[in-house]
Design a protein around this ligand. Structure first.
Ligand SMILES: Nc1ncnc2c1ncn2[C@@H]1O[C@H](COP(=O)(O)OP(=O)(O)OP(=O)(O)O)[C@@H](O)[C@H]1O
Ligand SMILES: [Mg+2]
Length: 207
């Protein structure tokens, strides 16, 4: 089982949104997926309650929990949504994650916070920044990619500022379940997460 964590101390960057998009994209791709909500705000839990589709599951999981039971149940991906700030357990969770995605809005304030975040991820085998809520045609974005690339990996898949993300969440859905640019971006991010996890490509798994 692979543990994928959405993490950044910056509030409102897109952790919960991208956790849901990735978990649903992985489910649509045929994986056995669960989500865990470690944020007392309960954003993902609320979304899950509004959701009518049975998958992905939402499981009770604490940062130091053993994963044997989840693995025995055949779970392939556990996507973990984390709170803003720096809870005392975050270092341990990041240390046991197979991949960590760090959403960053391309604003000077968010970029300032990126260097300490990168330092905190030193123990993680695979992590990347993901540009999130990217406004259309902004000069800030190119500069943001350059600045982030000096600190760590940057996902080539960027997530635009699109109403489809919150709109889908109203009914407990993800944009990736619809068609459009938001869905394409979420799918591209899923493909990148697979790359980070070094999952075989579809070409390699066929035949
Ligand atoms: N790509 C996007 N386009 C438009 N709106 C977005 C996008 N991503 C997130 N949002 C909206 O921005 C707000 C914050 O997003 P989200 O809850 O995913 O961030 P978060 O990092 O989980 O926040 P918190 O730190 O409070 O947990 C939400 O209202 C969400 O619907
Ligand atoms: Mg959140």
């Amino acid at each position: 089982m692979r543990i994928i964590v959405l993490h950044t101390p910056k509030g409102g960057s897109g952790k919960s949104t991208l956790a849901r998009e990735l978990a649903v994209a992985a489910t649509l791709a045929g994986r056995h997926v669960a989500m865990a909500d470690l944020d007392p705000q309960g954003t993902t839990t609320g979304w899950y309650r509004r959701r009518t589709a049975p998958a992905p599951a939402l499981v009770a999981f604490q940062p130091t929990d053993d994963t044997a039971q989840l693995e025995a149940a055949g779970l392939e991906w556990l996507v973990i949504d984390t709170p803003p700030g720096a809870p005392p357990w975050i270092g341990d969770l990041l240390g046991r994650a197979d991949a960590v995605l760090v959403p960053v809005r391309p604003t000077p304030d968010d970029l300032l916070a990126a260097a300490p975040i990168a330092r905190g991820l030193a123990r993680c085998p695979a992590w990347a920044f993901v540009l999130s809520q990217v406004p259309p045609r902004s000069r800030l974005t190119e500069g943001a990619v350059r600045q982030l690339a000096a600190l760590g990996r940057v996902a080539p898949a960027q997530i635009g500022f699109r109403a489809d993300f919150p709109s889908a969440a109203i009914e407990g859905k993800a944009a990736v379940e619809f068609t459009g640019k938001a869905a394409d971006e979420a799918r591209d991010l899923f493909a990148y997460a697979r790359q980070l996890l070094q999952e075989p490509t579809d070409d390699q798994t066929e035949g």
